[in-house]
Write a protein that binds this ligand. Structure first.
Ligand code: UT7
Length: 327
């Protein structure tokens, strides 16, 4: 099989920041509670009226520039997101239009909860490997601030907005994706949900009045499932690559809660300094969390050629998965 590698990364965070203290001014919470229960100190929010796809455009443009890929050469763009730009069409065409990609490349939205980016990367790599495409851009993009109930302290403190992107291309050397494990436990589909606004319960005056367009979460259920899911997927992806947890140079977990990230790292035996954490600064950016963290690692010059990276995520559905690659 043709090996596929990441040749460029990019990310975007909106300038506007909301600290825990800012939040405590309008919802019954405190910096102490949020920090000790989640590790979050602040989050970036997309200003009202700004189209979210713009974040994906900036992230993808940066990734393409780093890869040195001409826009003409992109033949697939996947936008992983939980809530698209609009019900029809989704986010991907807006990003393609914003980038001005010529040649009418294939594009699609991918919805697999916060695991959407990992799913997107795995599937795009598989498609390149099979010869269907040559160069793909995978974007993780989320503006959940638009769908959280700012009066519900159990959810509104957790999320932030942002986007991240990678360029995937065939690899001639050692670098590339070595193992993939994607799963889902549909028994857990009610744990994280937006009830109205889809075809099951279209938006109406009634649904808005009842707040059914807001994100709802059974926090404890998600919390309990997260570590075993990511541990299983990571062990499987490593095994597929002929590797074991001790070979991981960098673990990049979905940034949902520091109290999820730490036990996962402990179960895999990955030392603290090898676990990428930025939840304190960006909170949970859902599908964008892994590409943003990867981009930060790359731009800080910490990720060295030949190192083994495990990207692992879980989220609504409950979908989860891991991609293991050699940088
Ligand atoms: O991308 C995937 C998305 N989601 C997640 O990964 C979330 C997974 N879950 C979690 O991270 C945790 O379950 C939470 C951070 C959401 C909650 O932490 P917890 O330690 O499980 O708290 P809890 O839900 O058991 O709540 C404990 C108390 C409750 O008060 P009572 O009922 O004991 O009086 C809550 O009402 O803390 C209260 N509480 C808060 N207090 C201050 C809940 N949210 C807040 C808040 N500020 N923001």
């Amino acid at each position: 099989m043709l090996k596929v590698r990441v040749t460029g990364t990019g990310a975007f965070l909106p300038e506007r920041c909301l600290t825990n203290d800012d939040l405590a001014r309008f919802v019954d919470t405190s910096d102490e509670w949020i920090r000790s229960r989640t590790g979050i100190r602040k989050r970036h929010l997309l200003p009202e009226g700004e189209p979210p796809a713009g974040m994906g455009v900036v992230a993808a443009r940066a990734a393409l520039a780093e890869a040195g890929v001409d826009h003409q050469q992109v033949d697939l763009l996947i936008a992983a997101t939980n809530v698209p730009e609009q019900p029809i069409p989704g986010t991907a065409p807006h990003i393609v239009a914003g980038l001005g990609l010529p040649g009418e490349p294939a594009f699609m939205d991918l919805k697999a909860g916060c695991a959407g980016f990992v799913y997107g990367m795995a599937l795009a790599a598989g498609a390149i490997s099979a010869g269907l495409f040559r160069r793909a851009v995978v974007v993780g993009i989320e503006a959940l601030s638009r769908f959280v109930d700012w009066k519900d302290r159990r959810t509104c403190v957790l999320f932030g907005d942002g986007a991240g992107a990678v360029v995937l291309e065939p690899s001639c050397g050692e670098a590339g994706i070595l193992g993939v494990s994607l799963h889902g436990d549909a028994d857990k589909l009610a744990l994280l949900r937006i009830e109205a606004g889809g075809v099951r319960l279209p938006a109406s005056e009634e649904t808005v009045k009842k707040g059914l367009h807001f994100l709802k979460m059974e926090g404890e259920g998600v919390f309990r499932a997260a570590v075993p899911m990511m541990e299983r997927a990571t062990r499987e992806a490593l095994a597929q690559a002929g590797l074991s947890p001790k070979d991981i140079d960098w673990l990049i977990p979905h940034q949902a809660n520091l109290r999820i990230i730490r036990p996962l790292a402990a179960k895999l035996g990955v030392p603290k300094e090898r676990v990428v954490v930025n939840i304190d600064r960006v909170a949970n950016t859902s599908t964008a969390s892994i590409p943003i963290a990867l981009d930060e690692l790359v731009r800080a010059g910490k990720l060295k050629e030949g190192e083994i990276v495990a990207l692992t995520a879980f989220g609504a559905g409950a979908a989860y998965g891991t991609v293991v690659l050699r940088w």
